[in-house]
Structure formats: structure tokens, C-alpha cells
Design a protein around this ligand. Sequence first.
Ligand code: PMP
Length: 391
Amino acid sequence: MSFTTSERISSIPFSNIREIFEEAKRMEKLGSDIIHMEIGRPDFDTPEHIKKAANLALENGHVHYTSNNGIMELREAIAQKLWQENKIKIDPENEVAVSIGCKEAIFNTVFAFINPGDEVLIQDPSWLEYQYIVKLAGGIPVPIPLYAEDGFVMNPEILRQNITNKTRMMIINSPHNPTGSVLPKNVLEEIASIAIEYDLLVISDEIYEKLIYDDSEHVSLASLPGMFERTVTINGFSKAYAMDGWRLGYAAGHVELMKPIVKMHQYNTSSATSFAQYGAVEAYKGSQEDVNQMVKEFDKRRKFMMERIKAMPLTESVNPSGAFYIFPSFKKTGLSSVEMAKRILTEVNIACVPGSAFGEQGEGHIRFAYSTSMEEIKKGMDRLEEFLVRF
Ligand code: PMP
């Protein structure tokens, strides 16, 4: 077959971390004991009471398309949560749209607002998908470098320097994948004042908000003065509630921002899965005890890994205060992150993600996810240390 693909899809690559994943799978098939620290999803099961609510919805015949925006019960639960936890006041009627994961919500928002040639400011490093979604829409991703010296917290001055007359949007992610950094309120305030000064639209991806440690605090950009009108808040159920396979997220914001997003969502997927939405109502309205337990466990793993990594030669790491990733630098080894990730995989059987997969600034770093059991983490840290000692 020789069908030519669209220019749009040809312009973006398959994920460049596939090579490592495939090698890990191949080695596993051949009997290697691989420790998985590459996967960005919780290792816990979805809490039982949430599964029950979805099962009940299925039994009760909630098997049809729902309203495009999502079932009213879920929109109301989201509105209540956003008000109580994030100080964002939305009308459940028309200021939230439930989608197939945060990913669809981000896709819809970018496609609703970005024209070919529009520039979008994106943290570098960052979750890969932002830049490719922007490119698919014909936009131009403009990287805003984050530096380990700043704890991977964005420097608003650098943000300002990258604004041109083509800049339309910025995408902010805090707590941050892949570095685990959390944007403090004073920095968010500076980002907000820049967004207002240059009349920029902001996507605030808050998917990791509940995975936050020490005395860090999550502040929603849309709650700051003058920001609700220009911020689309993205959140979902994948991380905190261990519901990544349920594919459920949402976009929330001012009705005028939401109209084109809902239009895009209508043509994209119509509505999110009916019975999954009933599970999500229970996730927000039911007991939060399971979430608290998961966060405690993540925190234990984070502290343990940081202690171990700090004591290892040839590496240094910023202390992450959110999400479930550690992003140490291996620059002292002189290897590129892809070379490093390959050697860690083949020599000590730990699967991890090369930092360069997250942008230019990720070069020299490796992302380890601590969303695997403490037992595996202990084994992994022993192996990593052994590798570095004999490097
Ligand atoms: N945003 C970030 C920053 C992520 O890391 C991920 C998942 N890795 C997502 C969004 C995707 O969320 P969802 O599963 O809801 O599509």
C-alpha cells in the first residue's frame, strides 16, 4: 500500500521512548527481571467504592451517550470540588466539559483556539504531548527552559522574553511531569500578570494536584484575580484516583472559553463513557481515604529514593515536591540521556525514560517513576548504585 499520510501526521514522530519500552519488553520475554520505573501511572487498583459505583451504573442501564458536557451529577461534583479545593467558581451547566482523559481536553482546547502559525509557550522539559498536539493544530511550540538550579520552577522573566506578536497561549503544568516541581503562588502570580499584560490564553494542566508533598501547596491559576476569563483548567481522574484506564478528564473555564471547546469535543468524541462518569462522581463525592493512603505511600517512596540517589556517585537531583517522578541529572557521566537509559536497561535491568524525550532541557537527565512497589524500588536503587559505582 502506498497511501501518503497527511502532512499534519507526518510532521510529528512516534514517541521516541518507544525504542526503550520495546527493548524492555523484548528482554522481559527472554527472562530478564526488569524493574519498571518508566510508566507514568499509579500501580494501585482503582478504589473499590468507585468501581462499585460504575458497576451499579452499568446494571442500572446507564449505557448510552450522555450529554456532551457530561452527566449533570458529575458536572455538579466537579463544580463543587473546584470551588471548595481550588477556589474556582464555575457554572456546572456550561462551564465544564467531561472528556476522554485530560489528553482529549487539552487536544480540544488547543484545536479550539490555535490557528496555523500561532505560538504556544510550553515548559521545557514537559509532557511530550503538548508540543505534538500544538503541532497537529498547526501551531508553533515555543519552549520555556526550566533549570535544575531553579528547582525546575519557571522563571517568569524567561517566559516574558519568549513572547512575540504571534504568542497566543501558554500551557502550564504544576505539579510537573517530568520533574515533580510545584509552582509556588508568587511565581504563579507573576505568570498571571504576564498572561494579562500580553492577553494570552492559558491551559493549566493540574492532573497531579493531589500528589503533593512536604509543605508545598497547589494553587490553581484560574483562582488568581483576572485569570478565570483566560484560563482553561484541565484535570481528571487518572493519577490521584488510579483511574487512568477509565479515560476520564475535564476542561473547566469561563463559558465563552468553553463554547468552542465543547464544539470540538462534539466532533471529537461526543461524550465520555457513560458508566465511567458515574464512577467519577463517587471518586469526588465519596471517601478520600484511599487517595490519602496512596499519597502517603508515594511520599514514602519519594523520600526513600531521594535518600538513596543523593548518596550515589555521578548523579544529582532536585528534590521533587509533587507528582510521582524523580528527574536526576547524570551529566557527570558524560553520556546522553538515551545512552544512559539504554545502559541502565541493558546492564542493570531498570526501565526508565531518557530526559531528552521531554525536551532539550531534559538532556542529561533520566525520569524514574516511583509508581511501583517499595520492594521493586529498593531493588532498583541497589542496581542503580551498583551501576554508578562501577561506571
Ligand atoms: N497531563 C500530564 C502532565 C500527564 O503526565 C498525563 C499522563 N501521563 C496526562 C495529562 C494525561 O492524563 P489523562 O490520562 O487524563 O489523559
